[in-house]
Design a binder for this molecule. Structure first.
Ligand SMILES: NC(=O)c1ccc[n+]([C@@H]2O[C@H](COP(=O)([O-])OP(=O)(O)OC[C@H]3O[C@@H](n4cnc5c(N)ncnc54)[C@H](OP(=O)(O)O)[C@@H]3O)[C@@H](O)[C@H]2O)c1
Length: 255
């Protein structure tokens, strides 16, 4: 029987690439996102695999529970959970729509937390290795003026995931946090950051997903993609937070 990976946000960017990488390794897939047509296209690309499509807006209350219940009702056992769906928004905190910012918190934080909570007992119940991949960002390492809520959501994802990795040490479950820097996906257009300094050296989604996938399979706790991003993230650790915030604000400006 094939192993199964559940991937949120599989319709574009990193999630789409993850779906391809798992499929190449013979995993069955459970795809979760809002765009049903796109997920059905992916399903048609892999006629030899069981690809289950769950159309769900993960920012809705109870979405994570409903996904879990659909998976259980279908009799599917998940071996790898990929919490990838997320979005960002550029702008001053007080000027951005608060409903949109709350939606971001529900997607980037609440859905990821609840999905992990619902699936964890089943992952631990597997007789073989089970894996969780949480997609954070290099935004996790410092405050992010002009993307304040987005950066804060990713700091949460990194903190939660590192804590869980330690709680689960010695069990069959590993937790890997992927921290990409700017990556060429639909993210930049949705967040309105396409013309910023931070996006001038964006990496390809194929390369970022590949590095995340390899780290996940190796059971690594944290992976930062690209050498420039690695240096930036490590430097941020040693800078005063106020200076790190100033730098983040500078790179959020137009290139
Ligand atoms: N690209 C970057 O520069 C970058 C850098 C660091 C971290 N990241 C993180 O990487 C992850 C993947 O983003 P990406 O860059 O691949 O962006 P993307 O191309 O915009 O993909 C985002 C995915 O999330 C799904 N999604 C969005 N809102 C959703 C909702 N309410 N419910 C369910 N699914 C939803 C989208 O599918 P539907 O529209 O079909 O729902 C899409 O499949 C995100 O967590 C992002 O924060 C990205």
């Amino acid at each position: 029987m094939n192993k199964t990976a559940l991937i949120t946000g599989a319709t574009s960017g990193l999630g789409y690439e993850f779906a391809g990488l798992f499929a190449e390794d013979g995993y069955d897939l459970v795809l979760v996102a809002r765009n049903k047509t796109k997920m059905e296209e992916i399903q048609n690309q892999y006629p030899n695999l069981n690809v289950t499509v769950i159309t769900k807006d993960l920012s809705e209350p109870d979405a994570a529970k409903e996904v879990y219940e659909e998976v259980k009702a279908a009799g599917i056992t998940i071996d790898t959970l990929v919490n990838n769906a997320g979005f960002g928004l550029m702008g001053k905190f007080e000027e951005l729509d608060i409903l949109k910012q709350s939606e971001m918190i529900r997607l980037n934080i609440t859905a990821l937390t609840e999905l992990t909570h619902y699936f964890l007992p089943d992952l631990k119940g597997n007789t073989h290795k089970a894996r969780i991949l949480n997609v954070a960002s290099t935004a996790a390492f410092q405050p992010g003026p002009l993307m304040a809520v987005y950066y804060a959501t990713k700091a949460y994802v990194l903190s939660l995931s590192e804590a869980l990795a330690e709680e689960l040490a010695g069990t069959n479950v590993t937790v890997t946090t992927l921290c990409p820097g700017a990556t060429k996906t639909n993210f930049a257009a949705i967040a309105n950051v396409e013309n910023t300094k931070m996006f001038s050296g964006a990496m390809s989604s194929e390369e970022v997903a590949k590095q995340g996938y390899q780290a996940l399979m190796a059971g690594k706790r944290v992976v930062i993609t690209g050498s420039v991003n690695k240096i930036g993230a490590y430097t941020a650790k040693f800078l005063p937070r106020s200076l790190a915030a100033k730098i983040a604000k500078y790179v959020a400006k137009e290139a």
